[in-house]
Write a protein that binds this ligand. Sequence first.
Ligand SMILES: Nc1nc2c(ncn2[C@@H]2O[C@H](COP(=O)(O)OP(=O)(O)O)[C@@H](O)[C@H]2O)c(=O)[nH]1
Ligand SMILES: [Mg+2]
Length: 296
Amino acid sequence: MIEKSAMIAVVGRPNVGKSTLVNAMVGEKISIVTPKPQTTRYRVYGVAEKDGVQLVFADTPGFHRARNKLGEYMVQVVRDSVADVDCVLLMVEPKAHMGPQEEALIERVEKLSLPCILCINKIDTLPPAELLPVMAVYGQRYDFDAIIPVSAKKGGGMEELFSELTKYAAEGPGLFPEDMLTDQPQRRICAELIREKLLLCLDSEVPHGVAVEITSFKEKENGVAEISATIYCEKQSHKGIIIGKNGEMLKKVGELARQDMERLLDMRVFLETWVKVKENWRDSGANLRSFGFTEE
Ligand SMILES: Nc1nc2c(ncn2[C@@H]2O[C@H](COP(=O)(O)OP(=O)(O)O)[C@@H](O)[C@H]2O)c(=O)[nH]1
Ligand SMILES: [Mg+2]
């Protein structure tokens, strides 16, 4: 039984580990993770529950300067996400200096007078003594409600963080039904998994100009899911790169995505992928809407 719940916005510069943290809290991969900035394009809610406390984490796209319509949309999502939450979790790199992104997010928290926990991530990458100057720099700038060092990837500090966040939970029924882990439809996560593999396998500008649409999703009675996906890219030359020599790149991407989909859906997956060119889709409002980049 859920007795208390809280909505937590996870904010921070791109690549700091927000999606990794949300996945770790939820215990499932609902938000894709790569070593590249601007991986997360949507706001994704992830739900964690322990001892009757439900915490809903809003994973947000990286806060960055918008360069095209998709960029503007992503910045807007971050702005909106912070407005209506019980607590903000500002995630930072374990470095003893603040950048303009951290400054902007702290200003926003100050203005809205929201509770804010500073979460210093990636503590597995440095000796413990080097944490103190990081805490000092942030502690001097703002009176955080708590400062919690974690390793979202390795699992350090997660229990401390959960119990700290419990303080912001209000009595009442859950914000999400008890067995629901995310607001993301399976189709959306499957599309995102394909995009994640493109980001991981292609190390050029190509994957940032890619959108993935699941065109058909059928769960068969024999425990097999038949999924068709179309990968849209911006240029004919990009299409060639995505398909690769003898179709090998597309095969690899499809195979990796399929494995993750099978884990997520707990079913065997038959995945079919297509590549199409759709020029400058990132700058077109109509295209963005057709890929689901809109709020309800
Ligand atoms: N060493 C280390 N790497 C991490 C940790 N958390 C996340 N990462 C890595 O940082 C990169 C960005 O992570 P991601 O969750 O996509 O960041 P986001 O852009 O803030 O959502 C990925 O390569 C992660 O594996 C951590 O605790 N330790
Ligand atoms: Mg992310």
